[in-house]
Design a protein around this ligand. Structure first.
Ligand SMILES: C[S@@+](CC[C@H](N)C(=O)[O-])C[C@H]1O[C@@H](n2cnc3c(N)ncnc32)[C@H](O)[C@@H]1O
Length: 182
């Protein structure tokens, strides 16, 4: 599955971190990843191919989910909003998201829900545009982008610990990582 040039660096870093966790856990079953705001499924399918994990993608837009389902049946795609998910508590080992958090109307609820559906010790990886920097001012939704500090604060408010925020070399995209505290 083709990523955009600006996505490759952080997405591959994220896959590396997931594989490292997998190496530590040595699970008997495939680890489970949830992609929130999956759109037509590109990132979810990439995660499936690169990590071998069981991947579920959610997006509230039915037409996008239908397109995603046409691409492959190796990932489960569901019409759901990140603010209110149907999954049971402690279902996923990882929650990941690419360029979607700024588009989710109630991102605080989405992060709290992500915390709920993650297993204890599970990790969240949010990749999104960095707000307030020159590199992203020309993008359409630039006012909605999180600064590094705001993303850190939002992850902390949602109950995540051990938070790390790193940007790509160009400083336009960041990955925010947090752990569900046990
Ligand atoms: C810029 S697109 C990114 C799509 C995909 N992650 C990618 O990188 O190709 C943002 C996505 O967030 C989705 N979205 C908007 N509101 C949402 C919500 N409440 N819960 C989950 N996803 C949402 C949109 O439908 C859209 O598909």
């Amino acid at each position: 599955m083709e990523l955009l040039a600006n996505e490759v660096e952080l997405v591959n870093e994220l896959c590396k971190r997931i594989k490292r966790e997998e190496g530590k856990l040595k699970p008997k079953q495939r680890l489970k990843i949830l992609d929130i705001g999956c759109g037509t499924g590109k990132f979810a399918l990439y995660l499936r191919e690169e990590t071998g994990c069981e991947v579920t993608g959610i997006d509230p837009v039915r037409e996008k989910i239908e397109k995603a389902r046409m691409k492959s049946s190796s990932v489960t795609f569901e019409v759901q909003s990140a603010e209110e998910m149907s999954f049971a508590n402690n279902t996923f080992d990882f929650v990941a998201s690419l360029k979607a958090l700024h588009e989710i109307p109630d991102h605080n609820d989405a992060l709290k829900e992500s915390n709920r559906v993650l297993k204890g010790g599970g990790k969240i990886f949010i990749i999104d545009w960095v707000g307030g920097v020159a590199q992203t001012q020309s993008h359409a939704h630039a006012q909605k982008y999180f600064t590094r500090e705001r993303l850190k604060e939002a992850l902390s408010e949602a109950g995540f610990g051990t938070i790390r925020i790193e940007t790509n070399k160009r400083g336009e995209l960041m990955v925010g990582e947090g752990e569900k505290l046990v």
